[in-house]
Write a protein that binds this ligand. Structure first.
Ligand SMILES: Cc1cc2nc3c(=O)[nH]c(=O)nc-3n(C[C@H](O)[C@H](O)[C@H](O)COP(=O)(O)OP(=O)(O)OC[C@H]3O[C@@H](n4cnc5c(N)ncnc54)[C@H](O)[C@@H]3O)c2cc1C
Length: 441
């Protein structure tokens, strides 16, 4: 019997899933699939990775939901092309459906997958699911890539309708009429963390549900108070792996809080930029900023990583990140600004460290924000702006509640003196950047 495969990637949910809804409505019985991509797993920093643990649990949940609905969920470990080729040879696969992914590696992989499937006479369908406006759907009036967030936001919100945020009907069609059961001996065993050479890492994961309406209503007042654990939505992890849909999240924000809506739109914005400029994953967007002579002092980098800089807000942030895999936005800005300006260390070192540690690591958001802080991006803070970590502390944590939670020895002799003086560091980086820009022009 001919079947179609729905390939889950960063959309680990059944509800409101554009590609899954299309597969279920295609008339061919659906077999959902997840591939633990060897290429990606090989780059994980640790054998016990919290993100992989999270993905594994979500995949197992999907498998159980699929079985409960009368189907079979396939999970494989390997290189996506090899896995797909083996599946199309083993089963009568007429089509593969999946949702678009805008990261450079994913875009290249999908081009190769399209070629492979074409060779085997299998249709390949991609759907927009993880953003509302993708790729070049919002351009400037003159047809160029938008680089001013304010103007992008204006066009975006003017075009955003309630209909665009309606859920796809994947849940209603997820039943035995549309799913295809496969005998267990043919389906094969799903990989376990151990069989892939990994271990569990228990960590707190925010729940895969929308934040309370009361939090969202008050978001603009609480978002910059790191001591308040309920000051922001904590939906970034669910958005990263698609356990919530962006439509659900935006619907709530659109109804209740315009500031939050704008923050979520930054995510679409950075994904759009990365899609247009895949080179910016590893290279500064601004050519004038590509040849800075960063200091890249390894001891200072280590002190930053371990929260030993003598700047309380920076140290609190890095210790929270190391312990929990999370950091509130305002503190992400403070620690990033400190690394790239005060220590004058290449933004790519910080970006990589965040990529290893953040549960919600999202290449587009991470690269976009790091380049923003470094003044190197398509959209950036002015290159000569250097935030004072102590002024930030006074603004966002005046009673040091957040700082004391993570740096209990602050104010005692055990706490180190500042690694560098603020004014000196500011002048040092501004002068070095100014000179490099003049040399490049
Ligand atoms: C240096 C640096 C690195 C960052 N790296 C990442 C990353 O790897 N992954 C990631 O998801 N976010 C990243 N951000 C953006 C932001 O800090 C997080 O999205 C946010 O802190 C997540 O917590 P929340 O869900 O409670 O956010 P909320 O404040 O509740 O925001 C809701 C959602 O809006 C989006 N959002 C909010 N702020 C931003 C922003 N500045 N840029 C893009 N989207 C935003 C996120 O999807 C977020 O989940 C980074 C910010 C900085 C300054």
């Amino acid at each position: 019997m001919k079947i179609c495969i729905f390939w889950h990637r960063r959309d680990l949910r059944i509800h409101d899933n554009a590609g899954l809804a299309a597969a279920l409505a295609s008339g061919l019985p659906v077999v959902p699939l997840f591939i633990y991509d060897k290429e990606i797993l090989n780059h994980l920093p640790d054998k016990a990775d919290a993100r992989l643990t999270y993905i594994f649990d979500e995949v197992e949940k999907l498998a159980q939901e699929t079985e409960a609905a009368g189907g079979t969920f396939l999970a494989r470990y390997g290189q996506p092309l090899a896995v797909l080729e083996a599946l199309v040879k083993e089963f009568e696969v007429a089509a593969v459906h999946t949702n678009e992914d805008y990261e450079p590696y994913a875009a290249e992989r999908d081009t190769a997958v399209a070629k492979l499937l074409e060779k085997h006479g299998v249709d390949f369908y991609l759907y927009k699911d993880q953003v509302i406006f993708a790729k070049d759907e919002i351009m400037t009036k003159s047809g160029t890539v938008p680089k001013v967030f304010g103007a992008y936001l204006k066009t975006y919100t003017a075009r955003l309708t309630d209909e665009m945020l309606l859920p796809y009907g994947s849940t209603g069609d997820f039943n035995k009429e549309n799913l295809h059961p496969i005998a267990p001996e043919r389906a094969g065993k799903r990989p376990t963390l151990e069989s892939m050479g990994f271990e569990r890492r228990e960590q707190y994961f925010p729940p895969d549900k929308l934040p309370a309406d009361s939090l969202v209503r008050n978001y603009h007042n609480t978002r910059n108070t790191p001591a308040n654990e309920h000051g922001t939505t904590r939906e970034s992890l669910s958005l990263r792996f698609g356990t919530l849909s962006v439509r659900q999240v935006m619907q709530q924000a659109k109804a209740l809080n315009q500031k939050l809506l704008a923050e979520i739109i930054w995510r679409d914005f950075f994904m759009m930029l990365l899609w247009h400029y895949p080179n910016t994953a590893t290279e500064s967007y601004d050519p004038k900023m590509r040849h800075l002579s960063y200091r890249n002092n390894e001891d200072e980098f280590r002190a930053w990583c371990e929260g030993r800089t003598g700047y309380p807000l920076v140290d609190a942030g890095m210790r929270e990140l190391n312990k929990t895999g999370y950091l509130p936005n305002r503190v992400r800005m403070t620690v990033a600004g400190f690394l790239v300006k005060h220590l004058f260390i290449d933004w790519r070192w910080g970006e990589k460290y965040f990529a290893d540690k953040l549960l919600d690591y999202e290449m587009a958001n991470n690269v976009g924000n790091w380049q923003w802080m470094a003044g190197t991006g398509a959209i950036s803070a002015p290159w000569f702006r250097v935030y004072s970590p102590d002024s930030q502390l006074e603004k966002v944590d005046p009673e040091m509640k957040y700082v004391k939670r993570w740096v209990p020895e602050v104010g005692t002799s055990k706490y180190p003196a500042p690694i560098v003086e603020h004014k000196f560091a500011r002048e040092r980086s501004v002068e070095a950047i100014r000179a490099a820009r003049i040399a490049a022009s």
